[in-house]
Write a protein that binds this ligand. Structure first.
Ligand code: NAD
Ligand code: GLY
Length: 348
């Protein structure tokens, strides 16, 4: 099964191909950027599919802790030393870390050149590689430096997920469940019915997730409205990741807990039924995703919401499901209600 979806935003459009990787043809120079792990697994295959006048490879260290300016400078140095010009293309071969960095580096190299995404984690396939958010971390927080720079094309091959560790797979499933709860009740029912251990169901679920993301990005590229709903669970997840120093949970795992916290708040506000919250929790847990976190200090947890980019101007933006398949953005939730909900997660 191969499917091509189109991302259509005001100034550009690009295809997202989902299925077995085929020939990759470029008329000008290409720089593939990857990390040692992914390059060890897939670089040979990509090189065999690639046709371009000149092909160069740039390897950066693996991990979120290298998603920083130093790696960007290294990627830019590779580009300069191989004399990439404005017609050249960078290829991101890897998970969301590589994709976000290559998107950023290509966006600033000579005021912006093309890049292509070949995402190799489930999270990157269903979320990070589509939509043009790029960036890096710094001492002030995650993804605070970056730009919107849309890829020229995205090539998603579900077969590369065969080598992905189970926890990384689960982290991607959390993002799929996020999309289903917010935007598509039928997709949620599909995920309840079908395990994603068959390539057929996995591919269908990736196609569905990308179609949802395409719809949202097409409607709101720069996140002035509905795109913020893709941050369902993230307001809480960012605090949990910060409190655990980004080492204990994978991002998707923190999102899974964040989804359950957002659901508890949505239930308290009468937006979601307890039974629906239980169904979402059960689906997350069926992929061994964590759904609880012992909060030591509820007030301190609340204050950390202001670290989030979306809450920096002193109002906290909560993304709350209104049943399954619908979502709302709320900046008016009284602090007392949030504290009461958080206290249910308090360490005893
Ligand atoms: P990651 O890129 O760190 O990949 C996770 C691990 O899996 C790494 O060790 C990587 O080398 C390895 N890996 C990758 N593909 C593999 C494969 N096929 N087989 C075996 N191992 C493989 O993490 P991620 O979860 O893909 O991405 C997280 C990043 O994505 C974060 O930095 C986050 O901020 C970003 N993100 C961006 C967006 C966006 O819209 N731009 C959306 C969500 C997340
Ligand atoms: N992952 C959130 C977004 O792309 O907007």
């Amino acid at each position: 099964m191969t499917e091509t979806l189109l991302i259509q935003i005001p100034h550009t459009a690009y295809p997202v191909h989902i299925g077995s990787l085929g020939a990759l043809n470029f008329k000008h120079k290409v720089l593939i950027v990857s990390n040692p792990k992914v390059a060890g697994l897939y670089l040979k295959q990509i090189l065999s599919l690639l046709k371009a006048p000149e092909v160069y490879v740039c390897i950066v260290p693996d991990g979120e802790s290298y998603k920083n300016m130093q790696s960007i400078e290294y990627i830019l140095e590779c580009a300069f030393s191989h004399r990439l010009d404005r017609k050249s293309t960078m290829i991101a071969l890897g998970g969301g870390v590589i994709g976000d960095m290559v998107g950023f580096a290509s966006g600033i190299y000579q005021r912006g050149i093309d890049f292509v995404q070949i995402p190799t984690t489930l999270l990157a396939q269903v979320d990070a590689s589509v939509g043009g958010k790029t960036g890096i971390n710094n001492a002030f927080g995650k993804n605070l430096i970056g730009l919107f720079h849309q890829p020229k094309a995205v090539y998603i091959d579900p077969a590369v997920l065969d080598t992905l560790p189970p926890r990384e797979f689960g982290a991607g499933v959390a993002e799929m469940i996020k999309m289903a709860v917010c935007f598509d009740a039928q997709f949620f029912a599909f995920l309840q019915k079908h395990r994603l251990d068959s390539i057929k169901h996995l591919t269908q679920a990736i196609i569905k997730s990308v179609a949802i993301k395409a719809r949202i990005v097409n409607a709101d590229e720069k996140e002035s409205g509905i795109r913020a709903a893709l941050n369902y669970g993230h307001t809480f997840a960012h605090v949990i990741e910060h409190l655990t120093h980004y080492t204990h949970f994978l991002h998707g795992e923190a999102v899974s807990i964040g989804i359950c916290m957002a659901n508890a708040l949505a239930c308290a506000l009468g937006l979601l039924e307890e039974k629906q919250a239980q169904d979402i929790r059960a689906l997350l847990e069926s992929y061994n995703l964590p759904t609880s976190f012992a909060i030591k200090d509820v007030e301190a947890f609340y204050e950390k919401f202001f670290l989030d980019k979306k809450s920096m101007d002193s109002k906290i933006m909560f993304v709350l499901p209104r049943g399954i398949g619908d979502v709302c953005l709320r900046e008016d939730v009284p602090k007392e209600i949030v504290l009461k909900v958080l206290s249910h997660f308090k360490q005893s």
